[in-house]
Ligand binder design. Structure first.
Ligand code: PLP
Length: 360
């Protein structure tokens, strides 16, 4: 059997037809950027997240940059974040003018370790940007207490967390705002690029709407220096259809993850069993093995595709090498061991069984 790590040409029942109809709707209307589909999607997505506002932007990296800028983060500010993430978390912070300061992650969940924040704090610290890596919630209760005790903004990178919940709240509702990516591989993916910022603050939402469109307060009147970071109507229309299917898609991811958990526990290091009040979006199913290259090669021989998220921590990549970082031993050790197994809604049970067989 040949099981690809990810196959985006597979669709849920009825999904392709819904997407085609959505495209038709946009083509017939003739409005292509920031129109009624974007507005409707923003409302529907805000309701899904449990936030008052969602503002659509061009991608998840811009969502971090514009989100932090709207919160008042600027040059000279330091932002505590993690290196155990995809590079754009740091890119987004740097593009806002601020300096990311990397904090190590907990060995159990590979999300920001709140116990390490104190030593990273300086006079210049203004915000914390945790990442819900692989769809697993970061320790938001502790991070929130720390942020409020020190007067810091809390901004969640939710690129991998569409549907993640903790203690009765959705990811994206713990702090001052959150960034979302709709890159096609995400749990909620467009047919191209897209992103959003969610927030409960009407002033931040209004500022985001200016920042994404040349800083315009009204047409042809730039109140501040902005960007061109707009969500287009086709992507918004596709995202509306996919948002309706997201609970079903996430439930299927959870079922696949449960199958892996039951079969693989003990054979490889599987993700920690979640807390009772924790809902994992299962964006990626990541195990840890000491001999990763050999493990991946043997699975490849058996036709099983795998991937690595991420082979090099952010601070180990050239563009970020000069940034301040504390010692990051957990991040560095985990980066050498993590392997992502196929985990997407249209993966079949017989394929999951074949992957499990191959691993065992
Ligand atoms: C954790 C994380 N943050 C930010 C991003 C950036 O999103 P985008 O690719 O839409 O710019 C991604 C996705 O690639 C991501 O995984």
């Amino acid at each position: 059997m040949n099981v690809p790590f990810l196959d985006l040409a597979r669709y849920l029942p009825g999904e392709k037809e819904r997407l085609s109809l959505a495209a038709e709707r946009v083509l017939s209307r003739g409005r292509f950027v920031l129109g009624p589909e974007v507005e409707a999607f923003e409302q529907e997505f805000a309701a899904f997240v449990g936030a008052a506002y969602a503002v659509g932007v061009a991608n998840g990296t811009d969502a971090i940059t514009l989100g932090l800028t709207a919160l008042g983060i600027r040059a000279g500010d330091e932002v505590l974040t993690v290196s155990m993430t995809c590079a754009p978390t740091a890119t987004g912070i740097l593009r806002a003018g601020a300096t990311p300061v990397f904090v190590d992650v907990s060995d159990e969940d590979l999300t920001m370790d709140p116990a390490l924040l104190e030593e990273a704090l300086t006079e210049a610290t203004r915000a914390i940007v945790p990442v819900h890596l692989y769809g697993r919630p970061a320790a938001m209760e502790e991070l929130r207490s720390f942020a409020s005790a020190h007067g810091l903004a809390l901004f969640e990178d939710c690129a991998q967390a569409h549907g993640t919940r903790l203690a009765g709240r959705g990811a994206g509702t713990f702090g001052n705002g959150a960034s979302w990516s709709f890159y096609p591989t995400k749990n909620l993916g467009a047919i191209g690029d897209g992103g959003a910022v969610t927030t409960d603050d009407p002033e931040i939402a209004a500022r985001l709407k200016r920042l994404r469109l040349y800083g315009y307060a009204t047409r042809n009147d730039s109140q501040e220096l902005g960007w061109n970071s707009r969500l287009d109507e086709l992507q918004a229309a596709f995202l509306r259809e996919r948002l309706a299917l997201l609970p079903q898609a996430n439930a299927r991811r959870a079922a696949i993850a449960a199958r892996y958990d039951a079969a693989l526990m003990g054979a490889v290091r599987t993700p920690r069993t979640p807390r009772e009040d924790q809902v994992d979006a299962h964006h990626l199913y990541v195990v840890r093995v000491p001999d990763r290259d050999a493990f991946r090669a043997r699975l490849a021989e058996r036709g099983v595709g795998t991937d690595v998220h991420y082979p090099r921590a952010v601070h180990e990549q050239q563009a970020f090498a000069s940034l301040p970082g504390l010692s990051l031993p957990v991040t560095e050790a985990a980066s050498a061991e993590v392997v992502s197994l196929p985990c997407y809604p249209m993966l079949r049970d017989d394929e999951v069984d074949a992957i499990i067989d191959a691993i065992l």
